[in-house]
Design a protein around this ligand. Structure first.
Ligand SMILES: [Zn+2]
Length: 132
């Protein structure tokens, strides 16, 4: 499936079959406990990936072992980073520039000027006719 026939058909970044055609695929194979232990030391995202791919392919879900404190911390960090970047994207979308109000306020100032001038002229005319 992969270009040049290299790598595993599952496209999993850490799949051992990428390096060794005799190795057990993490997705299409049935990883033994030793491989599960190895996978648990990899990035937590890979475990999530394996779970997702296996369920899509109709493979049975792997039984992950209890996370060690270190692994749990790694997973917690990863999840909070992922959450942060998602919130960051939402904030960027919320900060769309509002429609500019400058054009409107400029024209209303201009109109006020004309009105003022008109009032001046009217007062001058009244003064001229001796109506004040
Ligand atoms: Zn594979």
């Amino acid at each position: 499936m992969s270009p040049g026939g290299r790598g595993c058909q599952c496209d999993g970044r850490h799949c051992p079959r990428n390096e060794d055609k005799e190795a057990m695929c993490d997705i299409f194979g049935d990883p033994p406990m030793s491989r599960i232990k190895t996978m648990m030391d990899l990035h937590p995202a890979y475990r999530a990936y394996v779970d997702l791919r296996r369920s899509k392919e109709g493979r049975r879900q792997l039984h992950w072992l209890q996370l060690t404190t270190q692994q749990r911390e790694k997973e917690r960090m990863w999840l909070s980073q992922r959450k942060k970047s998602r919130e960051g994207r939402e904030q960027e979308q919320a900060q769309e520039p509002a429609p500019a109000t400058n054009a409107h306020s400029a024209s209303s100032t201009e109109q006020q000027d004309i009105m003022d001038k008109g009032m001046d002229m009217l007062q001058q005319m009244r003064a001229g006719f001796g109506m004040e």
